[in-house]
Design a protein around this ligand. Structure first.
Ligand SMILES: Nc1ncnc2c1ncn2[C@@H]1O[C@H](COP(=O)(O)OP(=O)(O)O)[C@@H](O)[C@H]1O
Ligand SMILES: [Mg+2]
Length: 371
């Protein structure tokens, strides 16, 4: 293998105040992000929030109306798409059905006038990267969906792009294949190390694959951070609910402390919680974000703290027990691992307390309130 084949360029991307308008509607609004060399960076958000538009601007298929995009510190605004040297895999990764796997993968290099032994060895190396060695003579119709997806990746990687851009590449696959391909993508990124920009509306994909995630809503960047930060320290109710299940309990701030605040629920329960990086004043209305799996249900008389309530629903799922606990002004969903519950299971109507730990709860602005 020549040095050229093993060389990995770790590129970086910077978007500064990027905006895009179709007619009067701004579909991307003032987005600034930096993607570091070797990162697996994900744009996460609901359908229509501008993910594909951002990717297309990076690739050169659309022009920003505001802001600038840099790759490796060079502005790329005036560089045509084919000179940007970016590898893009779309949701509909059309392979040429009449061509073999070898020819599908070789295509980009043939265009660059590579042939003979060099072409053979590069196709072989690319197929090896995606775990498809020996598949050269097959037609796409003789491959599974996941294998076709890997051919699409090999076809993209073989021209050694500076960046890998993936737009919902798993959305055409069934659920089982999707989680399998997720592992494949993680492995591929580990092995190849290429800086990757990934687009998805699937929070599980984003959380499991990414070094960092940018959550988008209606064209704007809402929060950027590592998966753990996005999940445990969401900045607002939108992020909390989009990235996993969240209980959002209305509370008011009654005391400010060095390391957080004390809040009070509608029913009068007082809880110390973390401030979530917001500045609070006594009397503020807020939403307490509680992940169901971070909560515990205890018998009311055995426990002092927490939020008092009544069991309103109970589902036994084997490994997990799911409870709905009614509290004044709402319902809290709790998800507990069964093994921790041996001998203790709650029935409908039981008086309980939902135990909340300050580390796994976060206080969010109540954007719907007028207070
Ligand atoms: N070429 C276009 N002309 C007009 N509107 C567009 C065009 N492309 C995208 N849009 C609109 O821009 C918004 C963002 O689209 P898109 O970037 O595809 O979102 P996502 O990929 O997050 O689903 C949507 O409202 C979409 O209808
Ligand atoms: Mg899209």
């Amino acid at each position: 293998m020549t040095q050229d084949e093993t060389l990995i360029r770790l590129s970086e991307v910077r978007m500064e105040g990027v905006g895009k308008r179709y007619g009067a509607a701004w579909v991307v609004k003032d987005v600034s992000i930096s993607i570091r060399p070797g990162e697996f960076y994900t744009l996460l958000g609901p359908s229509g929030c501008g993910k594909t538009t951002l990717l297309r601007m990076l690739a050169g298929f659309a022009q920003p109306d505001e802001g600038r995009i840099f790759v490796d510190d060079e502005p790329i605004d005036s560089v045509p798409p084919w000179k940007r040297n970016l590898g893009m895999v779309f949701q509909h990764y059309a392979l040429w059905p009449h061509m073999s796997v070898f020819e599908n993968v070789a295509f980009g290099l043939r265009e660059r006038r590579v042939s003979g032994a060099e072409l053979d060895s590069k196709v072989k190396a690319a197929l090896q990267q995606v775990g498809l060695e020996g598949f050269e003579p097959r037609r796409p119709s003789q491959l599974s969906g996941g294998q076709q997806q890997r051919v699409a990746l090999a076809r993209t990687l073989i021209v050694q792009p500076r960046l890998l851009l993936l737009d919902e590449p798993l959305s055409n696959l069934d659920a089982q294949l999707r989680s399998q391909m997720r592992l494949e993508l993680a492995r591929l990124h580990r092995d190849v190390g290429i800086t990757t920009l990934y687009v998805t509306h699937d929070q599980a994909e984003a959380l499991s694959l990414s070094t960092r995630i940018a959550v988008l809503s209606e064209g704007a960047l809402v929060q950027e951070g590592r998966p753990e930060e996005i999940y445990w320290k969401p900045r607002n109710a939108f992020v909390a609910e989009f990235v996993g299940a969240a209980n959002l309990v209305p509370v008011s701030v009654i005391e400010l402390r060095e390391m957080g605040v004390v809040v009070q629920t509608t029913g009068g329960a007082r809880l110390p919680v973390s401030s979530g990086g917001h500045a609070w004043s006594v009397g503020d209305r807020a939403l307490l974000c509680l992940r169901p799996e971070a909560l515990r249900v205890e018998e009311a008389e055995r426990s002092a703290g927490g939020i008092p309530g009544t069991i309103a629903a109970h589902v036994f799922e084997g490994s997990r027990q799911l409870y709905d606990v009614t509290i004044p002004g709402g319902t809290i969903k709790v998800e507990m691992i069964t093994s921790a519950l041996v001998g203790r299971s709650f029935k409908l109507g039981d008086q309980v307390r939902v135990e909340v730990s300050p580390e796994t709860s976060v206080l969010l602005p109540d954007e719907g309130s007028t207070a």
